[in-house]
Design a binder for this molecule. Sequence first.
Ligand code: 5GP
Ligand code: ZN
Length: 114
Amino acid sequence: MEDCIFCKIIRNEIPSTTVYEDDYVKAFLDISQVTPGHTLMVPKVHVADIFEYDEKLAAEIFARIPIIAKAIKASDPKIAGMNIINNNGALAYQSVFHSHIHFIPRYTKDDDFA
Ligand code: 5GP
Ligand code: ZN
């Protein structure tokens, strides 16, 4: 998709900090961090939302959730948990219409990331 911001990130036309990348997905830091390490994973194929997934894409994406979650957790011993979230559709607060999964690390104490 020519004008899609996440397609541009996948093509390295706009900068991002890559957390993980392979043939199927790219994971990069969210520009607006809810907590440090907040990461987005996107399929490399442009799909607006999960309603457009077929079974094969769903399997590829789901298989990578634990890979990326573990990589983020390994980056900081203070990470104690993680919210893994998808906002699917405008009414569900999706704002970028290239499907993505949020990984939001949770820390033992609020001041762990002060
Ligand atoms: P949504 O609301 O669609 O679930 O989440 C979209 C996310 O994309 C937001 O958390 C927002 O901060 C992030 N985002 C929007 N534009 C950019 C960008 O240009 N670069 C990066 N890294 N994240 C972005
Ligand atoms: Zn796209």
